[in-house]
Ligand binder design. Structure first.
Ligand code: CP
Length: 334
């Protein structure tokens, strides 16, 4: 006979599998707090593979360290530029023994001949087990999911959402032990920045205190602010970093999203609004500095070498976190 503890473990396992059964991740709203916590815990377990467990040294493993996703194929469909998201999805899949097919330049695909996204998704979903899609149009992933025979992961849709970035941001914050005591300044382009649009909803689940810092022209959208207020989130708005620097334990910088401005003249007006300097950090020596990257001029190069800078480690965490996401979305299909 099974012991009662084994029985409860078995039921828990079935629940976890059911949570992710035939799931897409199109927005952070597709995950409950329990599911997010599960992803973060799973990422912690898988991080050893992200580092190349076979070599015993960080990042220099030889061969496949794990075969958890052996026989599975990820299709990376990227209709917008990407370094971190596309490559870390690829590394995550390969480190877990899976394979990857890539459309990294729409100019070199049938899209250049006029094929629409729906037809591409209908075809590519027959070539693979899961699709990571980045697209300039908000809502593109949701439309793709309606026509795909395999799970879709939104890898960024215009100014919409970037849910796997949110998961790796949370993982970074958790690694610093700050997830349950977070006071975070979200700085820069809060209007078009999809990483912030996803992240703030997740942070509200953890009771974070949110300080929005932006030029007036790039404030957090009113609908997101209303949602956060309705959820009881503690939010406040500023235009000057100096007003919040001593109040927070994390600064989350964002790039001003030049490509989303209808009028380049409007971009030029706000392009250089914020800059994190060594002098600013002296005002709060323990503050953690995050950025989804790429960064342009919003952080002084000197800051990169400080103990405060977390953004390159944050980018590395894209691998274990995306391993966790891929594993959970694909393992239920076995
Ligand atoms: N953070 C992020 O989405 O980076 P990439 O645009 O390089 O994928």
């Amino acid at each position: 006979m099974f012991s009662s503890s084994f029985f409860y473990f078995f039921i828990l396992l079935l629940n976890v599998i059911a949570m992710f059964a035939r799931r897409d991740i199109l927005s952070i709203h597709d995950l409950t707090k329990e599911e997010i916590d599960y992803v973060l815990s799973r990422a912690e377990e898988l991080e050893v593979y992200a580092q190349g467990a076979g070599s015993g040294s960080r990042g220099n493993g030889s061969g496949s360290d794990s075969d958890l996703l052996g026989g599975k194929i990820l299709a990376n469909l990227f209709y917008e530029p990407s370094t971190r998201t596309r490559l870390s999805f690829e590394v995550a899949m390969k480190r877990l023994g899976g394979e990857v097919i890539n459309l990294s330049s729409p100019d070199m695909s049938a899209a250049a001949k006029g094929e629409n996204l729906v037809d591409t998704i209908r075809v590519v979903s027959k070539y693979c087990d899961i699709i990571a899609l980045r697209h300039p149009k908000e809502g593109a992933s949701r439309m793709a999911a309606a026509f795909s025979s395999v799970p879709i992961i939104n890898a960024g849709d215009g100014a919409g959402q970037h849910p796997t970035q949110t998961l790796l941001d949370l993982y970074t914050i958790k690694k610093d032990g700050l997830l349950d005591q977070l006071k975070i300044a979200l700085i820069g382009d809060l209007k078009y920045g999809r990483t912030v649009h996803s992240l703030v909803y997740a942070l509200s689940l953890y009771g974070a205190k949110l300080f929005f810092v932006s030029p007036d022209a790039l404030k957090i959208p009113a609908d997101i602010k209303a949602d956060l207020k309705e959820a009881g989130a503690d939010i406040s708005e500023y235009t000057d970093i100096n007003e919040v620097i001593k109040e927070v334990n994390v600064l989350y910088l964002t790039r001003i999203q030049k490509e989303r401005f209808p009028d380049p003249a409007e971009y030029n007006k706000v392009a250089d609004t914020y800059r994190i300097t060594i002098d600013l950090i002296k005002e709060n020596e323990g503050v953690v500095i995050m950025h989804p990257l790429p960064k342009i001029d919003e952080i002084d190069a000197e800051v990169d070498r400080t103990e405060n800078a977390r953004y390159f480690t944050q980018a590395f965490y894209g691998i274990p976190v995306r391993m966790a996401v891929l594993y959970m979305l694909l393992s239920k299909r076995k």
